[in-house]
Design a protein around this ligand. Structure first.
Ligand SMILES: Cc1cc2nc3c(=O)[nH]c(=O)nc-3n(C[C@H](O)[C@H](O)[C@H](O)COP(=O)(O)OP(=O)(O)OC[C@H]3O[C@@H](n4cnc5c(N)ncnc54)[C@H](O)[C@@H]3O)c2cc1C
Length: 483
């Protein structure tokens, strides 16, 4: 791929010439937008909107929007899409390496599955240093006795929200919440130069020198035209989604045998209890965690065959899952005894999505790499978590689909090139959307790996700007040792 001198001046010229925008909201309220070159921006104080101008096709199957100008509202060195475990690490690392950083997140908080998804457990973080160790320390120090005993790996989502916002603000990261990335623009050299978002502020454009896709689902990369893989087999079967919930009304001492951290038998014991009382949870490994005082979390739901890219299907799954969690908790309450006061504090606002796009990178991590215990000279971290494919459908409904584990696994390296998009320049990946196959993804996707991946991608983005090269032109040893 041709190397482009990435000075700010050239970059902005390329951007100005390269925007190809498909939506077309124009103002019907004002002639100004139609008359002159100035881009009309809705005034947020007055609640003004830019109205849609469009034409309905004769068969009423398509609405043809007219072109419109989209205001450029941000220019940063590094733009990170998605503020989950990978995204906050990418943003922090890039900012701490001296870059100006814009973080764009669709939820109303940072943390992704950690917070909006009410996860409560960080896996595969024990052997990690850097930002992962820093966050675990903060979750532990600011959290409960349990967070302390588990070195921050069992954490309170509310503490996590606050810690992540504080860290990002301290590092100078500009945070835009409530904003969804809906498009990405490349120039004629296939370099990503801008992204488009939608929010209450309308449709907006953001420019940056480097982009990091931490959306989990690989939204930025897909919009930029990158190839990707999804699920397994011709039907692209994906792991199920799960709705998490916070509970109260339990005495930890009285339900201790059912608490995941207490015993490996806890899940099967809780399943047996539910089944004895006529309950049949869609997730056959119901997991109860004690967070602090009388607050617990539970995962007891699986939503099978739901595409992460079908808003109707996700909506239906969310409503179905919430109903199931409420029904199961109600069922537990009817058992009485230590369960008699159990109730739900909150179900997750975002159903947990295990799988989205796996973007093609400049290295693809495979099941063979896990079997062989890959040692790579450009390792950004080592993953130890086992192959963990949750049942893909209700047939047999095993907790884990064992067929995928046949190759076995050993600790393996996550190579830096797996974080670099193959098909465009200037785009890094981190978290569950990096380049890997179905089986490998089931292992490296956990958050103890997402954070070091994000840290590596953010640092690489910043260093590549300083060195006036594209991320794929650097080796990880140069990035790690720089600055
Ligand atoms: C139910 C469930 C249980 C799990 N259990 C564990 C566990 O116990 N421990 C563990 O460590 N891991 C667990 N995992 C895996 C882990 O949570 C994910 O793989 C991990 O969160 C990946 O981190 P990420 O930052 O890549 O993605 P995410 O956490 O999914 O974060 C992506 C972020 O991007 C935002 N986003 C997405 N699209 C856009 C867009 N277009 N525009 C703007 N923002 C966008 C999202 O709102 C989100 O904040 C579990 C996952 C699920 C679903």
């Amino acid at each position: 791929m041709e190397r482009i001198e990435p000075s700010r001046r050239n970059f902005l010229q390329a951007t100005a010439g390269g925007l190809i925008v498909s939506a077309s909201l124009t103002s019907a309220d004002t002639n100004a937008a139609e008359a002159g070159p100035a881009v009309r921006v809705a005034n947020p104080l007055s609640g003004d909107v830019l109205r849609t101008r469009a034409e309905l096709s004769p068969d009423a199957q398509v609405l043809r929007e007219q072109p419109r100008e989209v205001p450029v509202v941000g220019k940063s060195d590094v733009l990170v899409c998605g503020g989950g475990p990978a995204g906050i690490a990418a943003a922090l690392a890039a900012a701490r390496a001296g870059a100006t950083v814009q973080l764009i997140e669709v939820a109303g908080c940072l943390g992704g599955v950690w917070t909006a998804g009410l996860l409560t457990k960080i896996l595969d973080s024990e052997n990690k240093s850097g930002i992962m160790a820093e966050l675990l320390r903060a979750f532990s120090e600011r959290g409960s006795a349990i967070a302390n005993q588990t070195n921050g790996t069992v954490y309170d989502p509310e503490v996590a929200k606050l810690v992540l916002e504080e860290r990002c603000l301290q590092a100078g990261v500009k945070i835009r919440l409530h904003t969804r990335l809906v498009g990405a623009v490349t120039d004629s050299h296939r370099r990503v130069i801008a992204v488009l978002t939608e929010s209450k502020s309308g449709r907006e454009a953001w420019l940056a020198e480097r982009f990091v896709d931490c959306s989990g689902d690989g939204d930025l990369a897909a919009h930029a035209g990158c190839r990707f893989d999804l699920g397994v087999g011709e039907a692209c079967e994906c792991q199920p989604m799960s709705m998490m919930a916070l509970l109260t009304g339990l005495d930890a001492d009285k339900v201790r045998p059912y608490i995941r951290e207490t015993a490996s038998s806890a899940k099967s014991l809780l399943l047996s209890l539910m089944e004895q009382h006529g309950m049949s949870p869609s997730y056959r490994g119901p997991t109860l965690r004690h967070l602090h005082s009388d607050i617990f979390s539970i995962m007891t739901n699986h939503e099978y065959g739901v595409s992460a890219f079908d808003a109707n299907a996700i909506s239906e799954a969310t409503i179905r899952a919430r109903r199931e969690v409420h029904d199961l908790v109600s069922g537990l309450r009817h058992i009485g005894g230590p369960w008699k006061n159990i109730s739900i504090v909150a179900t997750a606002e975002q159903i947990g999505v295990r799988e989205g796009r796996r973007i093609r990178g400049r290295y693809q991590i495979t099941a063979d790499d896990l079997a062989a215990g890959l040692k790579h000279e450009q390792a950004v971290c080592t993953a130890k978590f086992p192959i963990d494919v949750h049942a893909l459908n209700t047939h047999g409904n095993k907790e884990i689909s064992r067929e995928f584990k046949q190759g076995g696994h050993q600790p393996y390296d996550i190579p830096y090139p797996a974080l670099i998009a193959a098909d465009v320049d200037g785009l890094l990946l981190a978290g569950r959307c990096i380049s890997g196959d179905f089986v490998a993804h089931s292992s490296y996707r956990v958050t103890g790996n997402s954070v070091p991946m994000g840290e590596a991608a953010g640092r690489a983005a910043a260093v590549s700007i300083q060195r006036l090269v594209m991320p794929h032109e650097l080796r990880w040893s140069e990035i790690r040792s720089s600055g």
